[in-house]
Structures are given as C-alpha cells and as structure tokens.
Design a protein around this ligand. Sequence first.
Ligand code: COA
Length: 182
Amino acid sequence: MLQLNFKPFPVIETTRLVLREITKKDAENFYRLRSNKEAMRYIDKPLAESLDEIKSFIKYIDKKRKDNETISWGISLKESGELIGTISYHSIEKDNYRAELGYMLLPEYWRKGLISEAIPKVINYGFNNMKLHSIAANINPNHQVSRKILEKFKFKKEAYFKENHYFNGEFYDTEIYSLLNK
Ligand SMILES: CC(C)(COP(=O)(O)OP(=O)(O)OC[C@H]1O[C@@H](n2cnc3c(N)ncnc32)[C@H](O)[C@@H]1OP(=O)(O)O)[C@@H](O)C(=O)NCCC(=O)NCCS
C-alpha cells in the first residue's frame, strides 16, 4: 500500500507561483473562490455560503493533510503571496496508488498560463514523491477548458459515466481522465 508523508508541508515553487499550505489567513480569498459562480460552474458542488464554512473547510483540509490522507496546495503568486487558487490530490486510493487531481483559480487570474505552470510540478510530485501509479481527473463533459488542459498534459480519457453524479436535483455525466506513471 502507498505510504504517504505530507509532513512538513511540501512547498512547491514554479516560475511565478508558490504552492503552499492553505491557512486561516487565506479564508477570505478562499471564500471568494469557492463562492464564485463562474469558478464553480463545472465543479458541480454547492457554493460556499459563509466565511465560517470556509474556515471549517480549511481545518478539515489541514487535518486530512496531517493524517496523510489528502493534500491541497494554496496557489499564490510569488510577488504578493496571496491565495489565488488551489490544486490538490483531494481523493487518494492508497491501495491502488492512485489519486484524483483538482484545480481552480480565481477568474481574474485565468488565461495567463498559471495552471499550466502548476500542473507539471504537481504531477512530478505525485509520481516521484508520492509514488503514485496513476493520476485521475474527473470532469463535467461540458468543461472544454479542463479537457483541453488534461489533454495538453497527456491525460487519456478512460471512461464516461452517465448521470453518476447527483447535485442540486440533477444527475450529471462525468468523464474520467488519467495519466499513468510510465
Ligand atoms: C481550469 C482553470 C484552472 C484553467 O486555468 P488557467 O490558468 O486559466 O489555464 P491556462 O492559462 O494554463 O490555460 C491552459 C490552456 O487552456 C486554454 N484555456 C484556458 N482558458 C480558456 C478558455 N476560457 N477558453 C479557451 N481556452 C482556454 C489556454 O489557452 C491554454 O491552452 P494552450 O496551452 O494551448 O495555450 C480555470 O479556468 C479555472 O479555475 N476554472 C474554474 C475551476 C475549474 O473548473 N476547475 C477544473 C475542474 S475539473
């Protein structure tokens, strides 16, 4: 079984970004992100409703990381240090050496190549440090941008589930992409 150790927190640097721990100081920006209708459009999860909810979420994320169960990085710009997004392995199947990748940015930071800077480093961490065998990404099939990004990083479409995700009174389809550690 996969043995994970996320202590100390694995900070990752890219040219313009620092991927680092999410702390309670980030609560306002994290709330802006998780309550933003545009950013949450294809996430198919409820919008954050309060700062308190986000503070509890930050505590939950921190506990899961300290328990070596999941890892979420806050994406911050080197120049300001402020949280502008998140990237995570938010679901890890230790028995299968497999983790699910998720990422999001505040809309004002879209289309600057920032997620394309973060993803290869996080993939590298997943394969070389965590020793994953595969990285999965689940998308809403209408999410053309996320599909384009996954294909750019050589993820292959593995499956199409029909109406497998229930949210807000509707059943949504899911496309599963994955990248193998070859
Ligand atoms: C998905 C997301 C993280 C992309 O981040 P980003 O930093 O804007 O992406 P990049 O600038 O690195 O762009 C990557 C590629 O997608 C393309 N792209 C990005 N946004 C696009 C858009 N709105 N329309 C068309 N193409 C787009 C870019 O042109 C680029 O292609 P290229 O490498 O061929 O030039 C961002 O749109 C987001 O946060 N969306 C909301 C959250 C979300 O849906 N997350 C994914 C859940 S599965």
